[in-house]
Every structure is written in structure tokens, then in C-alpha cells.
Ligand binder design. Structure first.
Ligand SMILES: C[S@@+](CC[C@H](N)C(=O)[O-])C[C@H]1O[C@@H](n2cnc3c(N)ncnc32)[C@H](O)[C@@H]1O
Length: 957
């Protein structure tokens, strides 16, 4: 690896800006469940009174030249700034294949700039409106040295360059501060105050004189300490948090014409010292080295001298995410405690290498980091004065007794304190004044751990919604209280968190976020909040749908927030029920019900009566439990089936859009259905319909039907049974209840599996279904909705481009002036191997050598050239068609591709839905990278559909 090259290609901020968001309803805790975590659900049943229909790794080591990567980790004085950083390449930087046409972008979305509620970033939030100095990407002096690799370490590459001396610029003149008497963010928009409720402690309130409008960016904040979690270490840069698994960025579009993006090739490099953390490049490595990793690296190596600990770090015998976060926290605090030396060091270096600053810290980051060094510890001390409810954990001894926490502390101590006596001091904070509990290495270890778990935030990748790390913030973020109906959402750019308003906030009103996934019912949400955060939520939503049905609902609280909501009292839209009576014809979709968990707890048995047919079913906790387990088994089986069929699927299904399946008429006769399917397949010019992983699809259908009571694609015939006849377990009421969380998990599993197997039509359907569920589950704006809309647009775009690829497969033939006979032959055999190969290449994200497919971009470009030859005005439809007709393009269109085209066109209004665009603006900000990508996707889609509609000279029978 050539560091010079890397340094010239990395804009750490733009890179960092590409990543994350708390789109999943992640909670501010390292123990936050990820998107796939399941929440135990009880059952749903129907309210008798209801009638509504709601549903939802450089080794260059920064090590000496003489040092070998595997045996001699870098040894440096703890207080020196050493930039001997090491690299080793990662192989985990794979994106899913994706076709990106390299066409100029239309600007139709610019017209939307007038949409109300767009981002109104205001001065005052930390860093919110400060101009960022441009990065001066000066190449750092370096020389490259390859090192041999062990099998275990894959393609390692050693760099022996001497990194530059680092320097920090002058401290910011307007740095935020923490006052001694209280806490001030010095933001004109927010202030930290006590809440009215004692147990709730402090909160973040609006300090604005006017209403904070939806979309307003109220503050941005850098993490005080942050780490990439174990699962993402080799895929996510530990400095900028760029996720190499994410899709290619805007800057890579032009290089992606064949569908293989530069990012697909990107590898991370691993620190040769500890061999634990990975970075984009040397720049990122240096940045993290100076801020956190130098001491962390030494600590990990110190820890590894112990055999047990070595297993932890090399074999990952336990998760080290929290350990590394806590070590970073302790170290940063420690550095502050020796701040005189630290500051002197800073000053010495101040004027020597300013350009390094530009790489190390650019403007805002540097100021913030310096500010954090100076004041972060003070702020953390503020945490230690936690609200009463927070003290519960340790007072109960839960933390100390927990073997998991003890393990974490053991590993932390092996990294940060060597001597036995120091360990005791570290744990108890002894030797320090009682009360403050400050030890040489920081506050009491357990106390810090507790705070980290309580105040830490899960860093999430914006596009994949997966949790990639853990961060601790110290200024505004940790003071935000929870509401199940929050008025703010937070998203991440790297480790920087941004908080935006999602509905208007009155002056003085508290700003809230949701700590948990809002998809759950009141009972589920409250259970999770109690278990994880030790409080009982009393937000308007919880008041409106009380967990205990015997409590009087308070409608006013919710209606004050959303006057237009027309939920019937006691009907939680997040809950659903489908009548167990299979013969009940009104069961067309998931319907809302009254939460019954607490009733069950009280009465043991609950009767549910269908509003429509009067069918009465009896529910018990056992039935609920059985059905939940059954549903989870079905989902697991579905995922297994999909995985088991992966090889076969990728080989056989690139050509199959499955339109025949989609368009099949509804029939009760299985034989007739099969015949219709074959006929439709033949109509589409295909000899057979290769149903990708038929067993998996069937399993999906079964699971879906079991959970929701309805078939997903109207392809399944339900066995009919008369009302009142005995039910087996598969037909009991709960089995047919709308277990939304499980349905969502199933849809997500279906989506993930379909994407991994490149079954795009299936993925599209799952994506649309997920969107529907999310839209009906989250009230108001939520980043997940926007993320899901983004996914849908991506898939539709992909399909449109595949369609274009397929239908214009003859173009290159004419470009290469092949004779018409060959053209005829190819046009007459759409199932030709070459045809399949071209399409398969397109789907897998790259054209193979010798295949006709150059990727959809080239195909579009060719069409564009042809069109331009004949028509100067792209808007003139007549001229366009004439121009297309005047060129000797031979195109084919199968019935399936025609149907697909119609179908994709029908989705355009949905993709351009102003409400979806508004979701983007409010949750992500108008100019967010993802919003730009979305615009690109939409533009590309429109162009692909435009070209796919050009006249056909020859149509497949
Ligand atoms: C990230 S802190 C929020 C700031 C905290 N209130 C303080 O004073 O430091 C999370 C803790 O605040 C409390 N909390 C947050 N939201 C709450 C709510 N809606 N009701 C009661 N307590 C809440 C809980 O004790 C929770 O563990």
C-alpha cells in the first residue's frame, strides 16, 4: 500500500460523513439490541369494542523499521506521540454487487427545494454552522515495505515510513465550556435543565425563542470515546467509521459503470501492533493513534502477555467492544489528569507541522477534540451525579455480581493497570477523596462501566441500519431523555452524532429521543425500558395506550401532540390481530386490537371475539408462548432454506424476474396454478421458471401467512375450514395474530436473504412490505422509513437497469457490425447462454470478459449516443422515438420484461412521493449524502425506464 496515494485520496470528513445513523431505533446503550435482536413478545388478541383497520486492520507499524510486525509491536513512551503506524489489508471490504449507471444526473429533485420543513440548520448547535476548513491533502513522507504474512493474517502489507510529527493548532476561541455550577452547552438552541420528575433527572430543553421546526439540526457532537464493535472491526475504520461494506459513494459513480465499484476493491489495513483495529489508510491510523490508539495498542499488547487475555484478543473468547470503549474512556480521562504535560507537548508542536493538522484534525474536529480533552472529564463527572433511578443498578449489586461485567473489568484492568494493587484502586477509586472517587486512572472502574452502559450510544450505519460501534458523548446527547413518541431523531456521520427535530418543538419544551425500537406495543416497550434503563415511561403514547388496560387512558396527552390522529382509544396501532376463523372473509389484513398481555397476566385466560364474524377464541399465556416460538422457528427455517439454496440460486436465477409468478391469477386449484405458471413462463420466452430456492420461498409464504393470516403474494391457497370446527395449533388465534415484530423480522430476513442471493424481484417485494409495516408502525417521521424507501428505490433502479440490459442486448452486436443473421439468431433465442451471462454479469455487478454486458451505464450511454444522433431535444417524444427508430438497434422484449417495465413504472410515484422525500429532509438533512444518493438513484431509474421504453424493432413472441 502506498500511503501517499491513500493520503491523496482520502477526505476523512467526507468519508466519515458517509456512514451511520441511528435509523434503527437503537437505544443509547452498548447493550442495545441490534436490528435483528428479538424482543420476546406475548400475544395479541382482539378488542371486542374495536373496528378500526390499522395495521404495520500498518503495519507499518507505526513500528520501528527494524521491527517485525508479528513479533515486535511498537514500543514507545506512553506520553510521546508516535506515528509509527502499521497496516495490514482486510478482505472484508465487500459491497453487495450493484449496478450504477454512469450517467449525468437529472436535476428534477432540485425543484423540491421549496418543500416545507427542509433542513434549517441553525447557528448554535455545537459546530452546527461553523465553516469547516478545507483539507490540505499533503502527502505524508513514507516508504513502503512489504511484509510477509501468515496465513492467519491474510494479505498483510507493512509500511515503514516515518509518519510526520504531529501538531495541534491553537485552541478554539469559542470552545464550548462546562460551567462549575451547572452545565451549559453554549448553544442558543438547547439547554440542560432538571426535569419536573425527580427520577427522570436532567433533560435537554429547547432554549430557542421560537418554535424549533421539524428538520432543524439542533446540535452536532463528536464522540468523547468511540470504538468499532468486534463484529465490524475489519470492515469499519476505527478512526472515521467508514463502513467498507456500505455501497459505493457518489465519488465512485464514474468508476462503477460495470457495476464493480472502487469501494468493492477497498481493503482496510490493520494495526500491526495489536492486530485488533483496522483503518482506511495511514491518515486515519495516525489520527486514531494520536487520539486513542497509541495507549490502547500498548494496553492490548500488555494484556496479551496473559494467556487468558491473549485468547480474548486473538480468539475473541469474549466480546471486546465494551472493554475497548471503557479503556479509551479511562485513557482519555487519564490524559486530562496529566494535562500539564500534555498541553505542553501540544504547545511545543503547535507551530511545527500545521499541515499535519489538516490531515489529523481539520478545523472543527480539532477544536472539538481539544475542548473534549479539556472539559470532557468534567462532563463525565456530571454523569456521576446521576438521577436516583440510575443508582439502582449498583445498589442492587447487579453490576458487581454480573459475571459478564466482571469479565469486562478484568480485561479492562489487564490493559490499563498492571500492578495488582492498582487494580483494586482502579475498581474502587480508592486513595481518592470520598465522593468524587477519582483514581489515577479515573473514576471507579465499575462506576465508569455503568455510566458507559447507561450513556453509551450504539453507532449505526445509516444505510444498513446495522450497529457498527459504541460511542460516548459528553455534551448534549447524554442528557436527552426517552420518549416513545420522541420529537427528535439522531443520526451519525462517522462517530459524530447529529440531532434533528422531527416535529415542531415549542420554546422551553423538552427534546426527546427514543432509546428503543418503537415498533413494540406499550407493554413491550415498557418492559424493555425497565430492564435496560430502569425507568417506567410516561410519555403521551404510553398514556394513550396504557400497559395496564385497567388504567384510564389519557387521550389528551397524545392528541395535544398529534391532534389529527384518529386512533380509537385503547387501540394500539402497533398491535394487531387476525381472526382465527379461516372462513372469516373480512380478514384481509392486519387489524388493530387492544393489548391483552396485562389482561392475560391478570385473568390467565382471555376471550377474543372477532368483530366481523363473531368467532370467539380463548387465549392463554401458554398458547401465546407456543405461537411465538413456532413463529421464530419458521423464520429460522426460512433463513436456513435461503442459505442452503444459495449456490443453486445464484446460478439459475439471474434471468428470472419471476414476473410469471407475480402475475399469476388467483386460483384455488394447485394444478391449474402450476399450469398457469408454466404458461406464463413460456410467454416470457423462458423454458422454465427457475424458482430460486423454491423451498425457501414456500417457507417464507408459510411464515408470513402464519404470522399475519394472509398470503404475501396471493399465490397461496388457504385451506378452508368452517367456523367453530376444532383448531389445531397452526390455526389457533395467536398463530394468526399480527405479531408485528416477528413479521418485520421475517420481512427483513426475506429482504436480506433475497439481496444476498441477488433475487431482486423478491427483494423488492420484501422491501415494499417492510416499508408498509414501518409506515404503519412509526408515527410521524422516522429514519427507518427513509432508509427503507431508499432501499426500495435502489432495487427498482437495479431492476430497471437489468431490464434495459436485457431488452437492449442486441446493441453491441450492431455496434460491432455483426451480421444481421447473427443478430437474428440471437434475437430469436433470448435464453441463449450469452444472454444469460450478460444479465448475470450485470446482476453480480460486473461484466465478465467477453460478455456483451458492459454494465448498464454503458448500455445507457450507447442508447444515449444513438438518441442524440437523431434528436437534439430529449424532451421531444416524437423526435426521440424517430431517432431511436432511425438507428439500427435491434431490441427484444419478452412478455416478462414488458410486465416488469409496467410494474416498475407503477412504482415511480411511490419513489417520488413527497412524503418520503420529506422523511429524508427531516431525519437526515436536506444535503445529506444519502439524500444525494437517493436523488441519483431516482434519476438513474428514470433514465433507465426512459430508455427501456424506446421502440422495439423486434419483439419476442
Ligand atoms: C442518557 S440518561 C438521560 C439523562 C438523565 N436524565 C440524567 O439526568 O443524567 C438516561 C437515564 O435518564 C433517565 N430517563 C431517561 N428518560 C426517562 C423517562 N422518560 N422517564 C424517566 N426517566 C428517564 C433514566 O434513568 C435513564 O437511565
Amino acid at each position: 500500500m502506498d500511503p501517499t496515494v491513500e493520503n491523496t485520496t482520502t477526505d476523512e470528513h467526507s468519508v466519515a460523513a458517509a456512514t451511520a445513523t441511528a435509523t434503527t431505533p437503537t437505544s443509547p446503550s452498548s447493550v442495545t439490541p441490534s436490528r435483528t435482536n428479538k424482543t420476546k413478545r406475548n400475544y395479541r388478541t382482539k378488542n371486542r369494542d374495536t373496528s378500526s383497520d390499522n395495521e404495520h486492520e500498518a503495519d507499518e507499524v507505526m513500528k520501528d523499521d527494524t521491527q517485525t510486525e508479528s513479533t515486535q509491536p511498537p514500543q514507545q513512551p506512553a506520553d510521546s506521540i508516535n506515528s509509527n503506524l502499521p497496516y495490514v489489508k482486510s478482505q472484508n471490504a465487500q459491497n453487495i454487487g450493484e449496478v450504477y449507471p454512469g450517467l449525468a444526473r437529472l436535476s428534477f429533485l432540485d425543484q423540491d427545494s421549496g418543500v416545507e420543513g427542509g433542513e434549517t440548520e441553525q447557528e448554535g448547535g455545537l459546530g452546527a454552522a461553523r465553516p469547516r476548513r478545507p483539507l490540505q491533502q499533503k502527502p505524508l513522507p513514507s516508504k513502503q515495505q512489504q511484509s510477509t504474512t501468515s496465513a492467519e493474517e491474510r494479505e498483510e502489507q507493512t509500511i515503514t515510513s516515518e509518519p510526520p510529527m504531529e501538531i495541534l493548532a491553537a485552541p478554539p476561541s469559542t470552545s464550548p465550556s462546562a460551567t462549575s455550577s451547572g452545565i451549559s452547552t453554549e448553544s442558543s438552541l438547547v439547554e440542560i435543565k432538571d426535569t419536573a420528575l425527580e427520577n427522570k433527572g436532567r433533560g435537554l430543553f429547547s432554549a430557542a425563542k421560537d418554535v424549533l421546526k421539524a428538520g432543524t439540526l439542533v446540535f452536532k457532537e463528536m464522540g468523547y470515546c468511540q470504538v468499532v464493535n468486534d463484529a465490524s472491526l475489519s470492515s469499519v475504520c476505527s478512526a472515521c467509521f467508514k463502513d467498507t461494506r456500505e455501497e459505493q459513494g457518489e465519488d465512485e459513480k464514474s468508476a462503477s459503470v460495470g457495476g464493480v465499484s472502487a469501494s468493492n476493491q477497498r481493503k482496510l489495513v490493520r494495526c500491526a501492533g495489536c492486530k485488533v483495529v483496522w483503518y482506511c489508510n495511514k491518515t486515519c491510523q495516525i489520527k486514531d493513534w494520536k487520539l486513542h490508539h497509541q495507549l490502547e495498542c500498548q494496553g492490548i499488547q500488555q494484556s496479551m502477555k496473559n494467556a487468558v487475555m491473549k485468547d480474548v484478543w486473538t480468539k475473541r473468547s469474549m466480546d471486546t467492544t465494551t472493554v475497548r470503549a471503557l479503556c479509551r474512556l479511562v485513557r482519555r480521562r487519564e490524559r486530562v489528569r496529566t494535562s500539564a504535560a500534555y498541553k505542553a507537548e501540544h504547545k511545543k508542536m503547535d507551530t511545527a507541522q500545521k499541515q499535519v493538522n489538516e490531515v489529523y484534525y481539520s478545523g472543527l474536529d480539532q477544536k472539538e477534540e481539544e475542548w473534549l480533552d479539556e472539559h470532557g472529564a468534567t462532563w463525565i463527572d456530571q454523569y456521576l451525579r446521576a438521577p436516583a433511578s440510575n443508582q439502582d443498578v449498583s445498589s442492587k449489586g447487579a453490576l458487581n455480581e454480573s459475571s459478564q461485567f466482571t469479565k469486562i473489568m478484568a480485561v479492562v484492568m489487564s490493559c490499563v493497570v498492571a500492578a495488582k494493587e492498582d487494580r483494586a484502586a482502579f475498581l474502587r477509586g480508592s486513595g481518592e477523596p470520598e465522593g468524587d472517587g477519582e483514581g489515577a486512572s479515573g473514576t471507579k472502574g465499575f462506576e465508569l462501566l455503568r455510566k458507559l452502559l447507561s450513556y453509551g450510544f450504539s453507532l449505526t450505519n445509516l444505510e444498513t441500519t446495522t450497529v457498527v460501534g459504541l460511542a460516548l458523548y459528553v455534551q448534549s446527547m447524554p442528557f436527552m431523555n426517552h420518549s416513545c413518541l420522541p420529537n427528535c431523531v439522531y443520526t451519525f456521520k462517522g462517530s459524530r452524532v447529529e440531532c434533528r427535530v422531527i416535529r415542531d418543538i415549542q420554546p422551553g419544551e423538552e427534546l426527546t429521543i427514543s432509546y428503543i425500537d418503537q415498533i413494540g406495543t406499550t407493554q413491550e416497550r415498557q418492559k424493555q425500558l425497565k430492564e435496560q434503563y430502569h425507568f417506567t415511561c410516561d410519555c403521551p403514547l404510553c398514556q394513550y395506550f396504557p400497559a395496564n388496560p385497567l388504567l384510564q387512558p389519557n387521550q389528551d396527552a397524545l392528541l395535544a401532540v398529534f391532534p389529527d390522529l384518529n386512533f380509537a382509544p385503547l387501540l394500539d396501532p402497533k398491535q394487531g390481530f387476525v381472526c382465527p376463523n379461516i372462513a372469516c372473509t373480512t380478514r384481509s389484513d392486519i387489524g388493530p386490537i387492544l393489548a391483552m398481555e396485562s389482561q392475560l397476566a391478570i385473568y390467565n385466560k382471555v376471550e377474543c371475539k372477532c368483530e366481523s364474524c363473531g368467532h370467539v377464541a380463548e387465549l392463554t399465556q401458554e398458547i401465546v408462548q407456543e405461537n411465538q416460538e413456532e413463529a421464530e422457528r419458521i423464520i429460522a427455517r426460512f433463513v436456513r432454506e435461503m442459505n442452503g439454496a444459495s449456490d443453486q440460486q445464484v446460478k439459475s436465477d439471474s434471468r428470472n424476474f419471476e414476473l410469471a409468478k407475480i402475475k399469476l391469477p388467483e386460483t384455488t386449484d394447485e394444478k391449474a396454478a402450476e399450469e398457469a405458471r408454466k404458461a406464463a413462463a413460456a410467454m416470457g420466452g423462458m423454458n422454465s421458471v427457475h424458482e430460486p430456492s423454491a423451498a425457501a420461498l414456500q417457507c417464507f409464504d408459510e411464515a408470513y401467512r402464519s404470522l399475519t393470516g394472509v398470503a404475501p403474494l396471493q399465490t397461496r391457497i388457504k385451506p378452508r375450514r368452517s367456523a367453530g370446527s376444532p383448531m389445531d395449533i397452526s390455526e389457533d388465534p395467536v398463530h394468526h395474530s399480527a405479531l408485528h415484530c416477528l413479521v418485520r423480522q421475517l420481512e427483513q430476513a426475506g429482504f436480506d436473504e433475497a439481496v444476498s442471493h441477488k433475487n431482486w424481484v423478491f427483494a423488492l417485494h420484501r422491501s415494499l412490505e417492510l416499508e408498509r409495516i414501518l409506515n404503519n408502525t412509526y408515527i410521524g417521521y422516522h429514519p427507518l422509513k427513509a432508509v427503507q424507501g431508499y432501499y426500495t428505490c435502489k432495487i427498482v433502479n437495479l431492476l430497471a437497469n437489468l431490464l434495459l440490459e436485457e431488452s437492449t442486448i442486441e446493441i453491441e452486436e450492431s455496434d460491432h457490425e455483426q451480421d444481421s443473421d447473427e443478430d437474428e439468431e440471437m434475437a430469436g433465442n433470448s435464453d441463449d447462454e450469452r444472454d444469460l451471462k450478460a444479465l448475470r454479469d450485470a446482476m453480480s455487478g460486473g461484466a465478465s470478459k467477453g460478455s456483451k454486458g458492459h454494465g448498464t451505464g454503458s448500455m445507457q450511454e450507447q442508447l444515449l449516443k444513438r438518441k442524440q444522433k437523431g434528436s437534439a431535444n430529449p424532451e421531444d417524444d416524437t423526435k426521440r422515438k424517430m431517432a431511436a427508430n432511425s438507428t439500427p438497434i435491434k431490441r427484444i422484449q419478452t412478455e416478462s420484461s414488458r410486465q416488469l417495465l409496467m410494474y416498475l413504472k407503477s412504482l415511480i410515484p411511490k419513489i417520488e412521493d413527497p412524503e418520503l422525500l420529506q422523511q429524508f429532509r427531516v431525519c437526515w438533512g436536506k444535503d445529506g449524502k444519502l439524500a444525494n444518493r437517493y436523488r441519483y438513484q431516482v434519476d438513474s431509474l428514470k433514465q433507465a425506464l426512459y430508455y427501456a421504453e424506446l421502440p422495439f424493432q423486434e419483439t419476442k413472441p
